[in-house]
Design a protein around this ligand. Structure first.
Ligand code: FEO
Length: 434
């Protein structure tokens, strides 16, 4: 595949994979992207998954046509992109490896060597000239690993964006970009919104005509659409008004309540999305929770706790910094319902969540009282909830950004003894931002 006159796609499609990262179903497979730049010097951008090493090396050889290979740029060390590095060094022993110092430390762990004699260590702003192409490097720590760099080619105005702007799905899959890019982003990068925001601010200063990610298609048109979605996702703003109902039901009584609620909400003109957590793709349910503005959680008390699929679902939300949404609860229990109390408690450390005033308590099966509670909840979610979802007052809050990893501290003052929770550096590396 031709990207520009002297930049070619040399990645691979994986149609055999069952679970990406060992947990995400990928019905349309996965693409591991790699690119080669043929200039006075030659450079390959990243390697591929271990199952495709030889196919990738064959593509490199075909594009080189007998020329020497000068550089392998390693932007990310997760094995879907780094697993073929060692075999690459055997095939091209004279090539230098361009990466961050953290990436070389990881190579030592993965391969038993940090390729000391081949290292070209790059930091924020480092440059590498290939002749016509001038590459500069942008650190992108915790998007979504600490060693990540992105690469900007100022000659052809290309951003090699590492995992950012990637999606699930092989390149020959015919599917909507946003659907599988959103599921990928929320699942894999969702926890690191402030770090993504930091990179978007750096990218905003560049003149970008093409984005070459490590997964999914090369993006060269309507870039504002993709960047806007990344801005929404990484700032935890709902993308759409709508109510996701995530539920578990053992004998059908909780499901019956969920269906009644959905019907009432739809009658009031609300967009409703249902997810049976025991049967749906959990990553799709998590994606929906982040996509829409309101979430209803309905489950049973089970072993003096909540039903396991619901516990796992809420864990998936909180570990990805779920915030800035309205959450409502429906519980079912035959003798001692505690599900609402437990679910609420699981969000204790979440910020900017509004809990609906109305909750629904079902004692085994819907009755007149719980049906009335359902109706009140529907009323609140369809109308009144809008007034309750105002953002928490910001007061005199200021924002301080870690210049190393992009972590953002919000508060009136940055404490002198503050330590960045991501990179463990002190207050001196923080700068105030707008
Ligand atoms: Fe595509 Fe984080 O590896």
């Amino acid at each position: 595949m031709y990207i520009t006159e002297d930049i070619k796609y040399i990645g691979v499609n994986d149609r055999q994979i069952d679970l990406f990262e060992g947990q995400y179903i990928v019905p349309e497979g996965m693409a591991y992207n790699s690119y080669i730049i043929i200039d006075e010097k030659t450079a390959v951008m990243d390697s591929v998954d271990a199952n495709f090493t030889q196919e990738w090396l064959d593509k490199i050889a075909a594009e080189l046509g007998g020329r020497k290979l000068d550089y392998l740029v390693v932007q990310h060390m997760e094995p879907d992109h780094s697993a073929s590095i060692f075999d690459f060094t055997k095939a091209y022993p004279e090539a230098k490896i361009v990466a961050s110092s953290k990436a070389f430390a990881m190579m030592k762990n993965f391969f038993g060597t940090d390729f000391a004699e081949k290292q070209v260590v790059v930091n924020e702003g480092s440059k590498l000239s290939l002749g016509r192409h001038e590459l500069s490097f942008i650190t992108a720590p915790m998007v979504h690993w600490p060693e990540v760099i992105m690469t900007y080619d100022s000659t052809d105005k290309i951003l090699f964006s590492a995992d950012a702007f990637g999606k699930f799905g092989a390149l020959d899959a015919e599917e909507d970009w946003a659907c599988e890019a959103r599921r990928y982003y929320i699942g894999i990068v969702g926890k690191y919104g402030s770090q993504v925001q930091a990179v978007l601010r750096k990218a905003a200063k560049l003149d970008i005509e093409t984005i070459c990610p490590l997964h999914g298609p090369v993006l060269s048109e309507n870039l504002g659409y993709y960047i806007n979605l990344y801005d929404i996702w990484s700032s935890y703003r709902p993308e759409e008004e709508g109510i996701v109902i995530a539920y578990t039901s053992i004998y059908g009584n909780t499901k019956k309540a969920v269906m009644q609620l959905a019907e009432k909400l739809e009658e009031k003109g609300c967009k409703v999305v249902l997810n049976d957590l025991a049967r749906c793709d959990w990553a799709e349910a998590v994606e929906d929770a982040f996509r829409y503005s309101k979430l209803v959680l309905a489950t049973t008390t089970y072993n003096a706790d909540i039903f396991p699929f619901m516990r796992q679902f809420i864990d998936h939300l909180t570990e990805r910094s779920y915030q800035n949404r309205t959450v409502a609860f429906i519980e079912n229990g035959t003798w001692a319902p505690v599900a609402t109390k437990i679910m609420k408690g699981m969000f204790e450390k979440s910020k900017d969540l509004t809990f609906a005033e109305n909750t629904v308590k079902i004692m085994s099966a819907l009755n007149e009282e719980s049906s009335a509670q359902l109706a009140a909840l529907a009323e609140e979610l369809a109308g009144g909830a809008a007034e309750q979802t105002e953002e928490a007052p910001k007061g005199e809050s200021r924002r301080f950004e870690c210049s190393v990893c992009g972590y953002i501290y919000e508060g009136e003052e940055l404490p002198e003894d503050f330590v960045c929770p991501i990179c463990q550096l002190g207050a001196e590396v923080f700068e105030e931002i707008e």
